[in-house]
Design a protein around this ligand. Structure first.
Ligand code: GTP
Length: 384
């Protein structure tokens, strides 16, 4: 049984919390209790039993006081603090995944605090790289019956889709008040949407949202939105009556399949690309380091061909930046690397201090590990 994650995102008042409550009880009635997480630090009352609640570890009011922050700043800071523990959270969910089919996550109503913050991205990314993850974008249907409000909301959803790069379901909530049919029509029939914009303009005249500039902007945006609509599922639900929740769960199953087929391989590709870039960057800096060492080597060969084993062997002027100290004169350095007598070139076990010997052994052992190319290169250079 694979656990899939549903992250509920939506404008303040769209009904995320009520939706979570209904989804929780709906899944329980099907004997598939979900693993529930609340990430809204500012909510006063969570009407469902949360397995993990951000409020247990972070006191929102204290964050406001301690950091002298306003409400939104405190939400972002609370999420930042929480995201530092995300590995533990993921570990907990992983441990519990046998007993659950879904992990459902509520987010703060101040949508931008979660979607556009670094911590929101870290939390989303951590879940998405561990479990199949779907975004449920909750829309207040009655409040989106004007074409301009509707389009603004869809543009926001579109930006979240491209930001998170995760499969998305648009959930038209509160269908007990207004049915989602008009939205379905606008999302599938561009002509119907344009007619609605025109009607809105006629109704509200030049002062309406559908007037002049807004109207032409909407018309041109609609073409772009068509492409966006083709990538997502939409369902109508009522969190009050429980209507539409079976369809919502079917849509989640579809999106999980999509995640496995498309998003997962795309995410794996991105992760591999990142790793490759990181490897290249490391190699580049290592090459830089070796080049620097090579310059010193060149200097050594150009002089009298004597091997330079320790810093004290450098001729005056060669150890730029290192000042000679009077008390150093005539002092035999003991920190050669290979236990080699500097004067004779023979190995002298007697003269090699314990610490130095252990260091040489540790260095050689590290160099043997295939993962430690850097150590190996440095050890090789030193041996040379
Ligand atoms: N009629 C109706 N009202 C709903 C439905 N779902 C939520 N509401 C109401 O919408 C209002 C907002 O609901 P919440 O669940 O608090 O919304 P939210 O998105 O969590 O709000 P924030 O936490 O402030 O972002 C409340 O008054 C709910 O009772 C629904 O399906 N039908």
């Amino acid at each position: 049984m694979t656990l899939s994650t549903v992250i509920c995102i939506g404008m303040a008042g769209s009904g995320k919390t009520t939706f979570m409550q209904r989804l929780n009880s709906h899944l329980r009635s099907k004997e598939q209790p979900p693993y529930v997480i609340n990430l809204d630090p500012a909510v006063l009352n969570v009407p469902y039993g949360a397995n993990i609640d951000i409020r247990d570890s972070i006191k929102y009011k204290k964050v406001m006081e301690n950091y002298s922050l306003g409400p939104n700043g405190a939400i972002v800071t609370s999420l930042n603090l929480f995201s530092t523990k995300i590995d533990q959270v993921i570990g907990l969910v992983e441990k519990k995944q046998e007993g659950h089919t879904h992990c459902i996550i509520d987010t703060p109503g101040q949508i931008e605090c979660f979607v556009w913050s670094a911590s929101g991205a870290i939390i989303t990314e951590s879940f998405a790289s561990t479990f199949p993850t779907v975004i449920a974008y909750i829309v207040d249907t009655p409040r989106n019956s004007s074409p301009t409000t509707f389009m603004s909301n869809m543009l926001y959803a579109c930006s979240i889709l491209y930001k998170t790069k995760l499969p998305m379901i648009i959930v038209f909530n509160k269908t007990d008040v207004k049915k989602e049919d008009f939205a379905r029509e606008w999302m599938t029939d561009f002509e119907a949407f344009q007619t609605a914009v025109r009607e809105d303009q006629e109704l509200n005249g030049d002062f309406g949202m559908g007037s002049g500039y807004m109207s032409s902007l909407i018309n041109s945006m609609s073409l772009m939105l068509e492409e966006f609509y083709s990538q997502l599922d939409m369902v109508g639900v009522s969190s009050y009556t429980g209507d539409g929740f079976d369809k919502f769960l079917d849509a989640v199953d579809d999106k999980v399949k999509e995640y496995d087929e498309f998003y997962k391989s795309e995410r794996d590709r991105i992760v591999k690309e990142k790793e490759l870039n990181e490897k290249k960057r490391k190699e580049k800096s290592l090459n830089g380091l070796m080049k620097d060492l090579g310059i010193n080597k060149q200097k050594k060969n150009d002089s009298d061909n004597e091997s330079i084993e320790v810093i004290s062997d450098l001729e005056e002027g060669e150890n730029d930046g290192i000042l000679d100290r009077d008390e150093d004169e005539g002092v035999e350095r003991e920190y050669t690397f290979a236990g080699e007598d500097r004067m004779s070139g023979e190995v002298n076990e007697q003269k090699t201090p314990d610490l130095q010997k252990r260091y040489a052994e540790a260095l050689a052992a590290t160099a043997k590990s295939p993962s430690s190319e850097t150590a190996e290169n440095i050890a090789r250079y030193i041996r040379e």
